[in-house]
Every structure is written in C-alpha cells, then in structure tokens.
Design a binder for this molecule. Structure first.
Ligand SMILES: [Mg+2]
Length: 255
C-alpha cells in the first residue's frame, strides 16, 4: 500500500476537536502536513455552521484552518442547489449555516424543493405538517445529512436525518441526501483539491459516515479512535485502511 498521500480530508468533530476543545497535537499535525505540502480539507456533517463560522471556531481553538478548506453539509447542499437551480426553495435550517443559502429566495408557501437541515426548536407540528402537505403536492425533499442522532453537544440529540426520514415515511417522497456518507461532499472535496482519489486519505471517527462514505467513492480511510468512536455501533459495513489512536498518528502513516 502506498503512503504517498497528497491530500487529507478530515472530519472535524471527534477528530480535530471534541466538546469545544481541540485535541492535543491536532494543531501541530495540521502544521506538519502543511509544511509537507499536503492539501487539507475539512468535511463536516454540521449544518448549523457555515464554512466561515466553522473555520473561525477552529481558529479560536488554535487550529490554523481556512474557510475555503471547509465543507460543511450546509455549504455542500448550497453547492448542490447551485447545480440543480430550483425555481423556489424552502430552507429549514437554523444557525450560521443559513448564510450559505442567502442567494436562494425562500418560498415557504409553494416551494419546488424543501431542504432540511438542523432547524432545532423550529421543528414543530405546524412546520413539519406544512412540509408534509407540500411534499404531497409534489415538492422535492433534500436532507442535508442522513444522520439520525448526534453527540457533539455532550449528550444525544435528534439529528437532521430523523426529521427527514419521518417526512419521507409520512409522505412517501424519497429524499436526496447530501452529507456523509453520501458521495456529494466527498466529490466536492476531491474536485476542489484537484488530486486523484487514490492520493487522498479520509480521516474520521465514525464508520457509518466517514469511512463508509470514503469507501463508496473509492478513497482510502483512517478511523480515529477518538470522538464518537466508542459511542457508535460497530455493525456498519465499512472497512478503514488504518485504525489510529489520534490524528497525531497520521505522521506514522505519511512517514
Ligand atoms: Mg466525527
């Protein structure tokens, strides 16, 4: 197996930081990679963060990261909308991630597509029921991620996929998913690096999203035993090429 990786795609939460703190050695590892000319991308299933706000939060924790290197699920979904150019859309999302959709006029009354991100406490009966009726009338459904639950805030929370799946089951409309493990964000990251996929390594703490998604697009992957590694079931059909205890072990893989 070659170790000539020219690019690394990092998951953020549970890999570079966890529960508000950067992992020891994460900043040094990024610096070490930069000095060697390794291209860096960060691929996150966060929808609440824009690429700008995600980069700023990491910078505050001492990690040198540029907004142009970050692909959040909200940014990736906005890129997808720029490709498919919907006539009208309803973006169900809270937080800075909403800024990624500034160019798309909101039409909650009669949208061509309904785009679901983390809408937090705005997910209530009236809102979800309105979405159900619009889907029944023919609107398309897009889920920013398929993840059902999340532990990044320090306890389990319902994640985007739970709401999207409920709408899918109730309406009979199948959603298009953008975030990991779907291929869209991985392909976006690869394209922006301009590197062949066999020269890029995905590094993540979750088999079901990071590793499974990387496998599906033909990239090699390293599973890190930090973050949510211990919290997730091992039943997912995904096979990492490396298993490491911390991002600092990337130095061993790259030599
Ligand atoms: Mg993670």
């Amino acid at each position: 197996m070659t170790n000539a990786y020219h690019g690394i795609i990092f998951d953020i939460d549970g890999v570079l930081e966890f529960h508000g703190r950067a992992y020891p050695g994460a900043a040094e590892t990024l610096e070490w990679l930069r000095q060697r000319g390794v291209a860096i991308r960060l691929l996150s299933n966060s929808t609440l963060k824009s690429r700008q706000s995600a980069a700023e939060r990491l910078q505050q924790k001492g990690l040198k990261v540029y907004a142009e290197e970050v692909i959040t699920a909200s940014y990736a979904t906005a890129e997808y909308l720029r490709e498919i150019r919907p006539g009208s859309s309803w973006i169900m999302l809270d937080g800075a991630g909403l800024k990624e959709f500034a160019e798309f006029p909101q039409n909650e009354a009669d949208p061509e597509i309904i785009v679901v991100g983390d809408n937090r406490s705005c997910f209530d009966f009236d809102t979800l029921n309105k979405a159900l009726r619009l889907l029944k009338k023919g609107a398309r459904l897009i889920g920013m991620t398929a993840e059902l639950i999340d532990y990044s805030m320090g306890d389990w929370e319902l994640n985007v996929g739970s709401w999207v799946q409920m709408l899918e089951r109730a309406s009979g409309v199948q959603a298009t998913y953008i975030g990991k493990p779907a291929p869209y964000g991985f392909e976006l990251a690869l394209r922006s690096m301009g590197l062949p996929r066999d020269r890029v390594l995905m590094v993540g703490d979750q088999l079901g999203t990071d590793i499974k998604g990387a496998n599906a697009v033909g990239m090699r992957s390293a599973l890190v035993r930090t973050g949510e590694y211990e919290l997730r079931p091992r039943t997912e059909q995904a096979q990492p090429d490396y298993v490491i205890d911390s991002v600092t072990d990337l130095k061993k893989i790259l030599g």
